[in-house]
Design a protein around this ligand. Structure first.
Ligand SMILES: [Zn+2]
Length: 283
């Protein structure tokens, strides 16, 4: 195989390029093991020579693509690996909240592929043991001739705006001061736009228009793809469902709730965009 086109950050290829340098992402039970030598910043991608000490604790490994042009694997480790010198176990959610886009994608892909491999060991139709394809990320049942690919579940997430105000909602299990934008899964047979109208209407009873696409982000719980939008509300009369949403309010761009998502994740990116656009328009 030739060198991949995109050498920046993650290239999500199923194939190896047999690069001289090799990278490892170390995972323990869904958490990530970072490595930092001699006081350097703890790193997600570990050079193979530094990861060598972890081999003893390895229960599984999977090629996940190229990291800055070099082959990268994820290793599934037993909890004892966290005791190795220079390594530091962190929760995936904590890491994602602090990561730049490239690291975010790498951590997301590594944990998703490992999770998928563990949960699809047997054929859903006949129960036979699946075999990993040698050429792509697919688990194959030979008797049934079925290929299982990593499942990606698209979701919509939307900042609903009315002039200089944005709608924020609190989920029943969240603390009292934490609010976010609305989000939900796209149902089978539905378009992203239909899902946006339905989710917003079901959760807060509003109709929306002027839907604008902002961007997308993989979110590994376990295989969500968040499609981010900003939309205008037709009215400001909220009717919350009381089940998915505990409360929802309109917040002016310079008086946001005290706890909102960081701009590294899609909800935070939408909020940041709303604030920037409002400042340009109303300041
Ligand atoms: Zn089968």
């Amino acid at each position: 195989m030739t060198t991949p086109l995109n050498l920046e950050g993650l290239y999500a290829s199923s194939l190896r390029v047999d690069s001289k340098k090799k990278w490892v992402v170390a995972v323990i039970g869904g958490d990530i093991l970072l490595f930092g030598s001699h006081g350097s910043k703890p790193a997600l991608a570990i050079a193979a020579e530094d990861a060598d000490v972890l081999k003893f604790f390895r229960e599984g490994r999977l090629h996940i693509g190229q990291w800055w042009g070099s082959d990268c694997e994820v290793w599934d480790l037993t909890p004892e690996a966290a005791g190795c010198d220079g390594f530091n176990r962190v929760e995936l959610r904590t890491l994602l909240a602090q990561s730049a886009d490239a690291e975010f994608s790498l951590a997301s892909r590594a944990t998703q592929l490992l999770d998928w491999q563990k949960k699809h060991q047997f054929c859903g139709q006949c129960g036979a043991v699946n075999r990993m394809s040698e050429t792509e990320h697919a688990l194959i049942c030979e008797p049934c001739v079925i290929r299982q690919y990593p499942r990606i579940s698209p979701c919509v997430i939307v900042a609903v705006v009315s002039g200089d105000r944005c709608l924020f909602a609190r989920h029943p299990r969240w603390p009292e001061n934490r609010f976010s934008t609305l989000a939900g899964f796209i149902e089978a047979g539905e378009s992203a736009e239909q899902a946006l109208h339905r989710e917003v209407f079901e959760e807060v009873g509003l109709e929306i228009h002027n839907i604008r696409y902002v961007g997308s982000q993989a979110w590994p719980y376990p295989g969500q793809l968040m499609l981010g939008y900003i939309a205008d509300a037709k009215t400001e009369d909220i009717k919350i469902d009381g089940v998915e949403i505990a409360e929802a309010h309109w917040f002016k761009y310079d008086q946001l709730p005290s706890v909102v998502a960081p701009p590294t994740i899609m909800a935070g990116r939408l909020i940041q965009l709303f604030v920037e656009e409002s400042k340009a328009r109303y300041d």
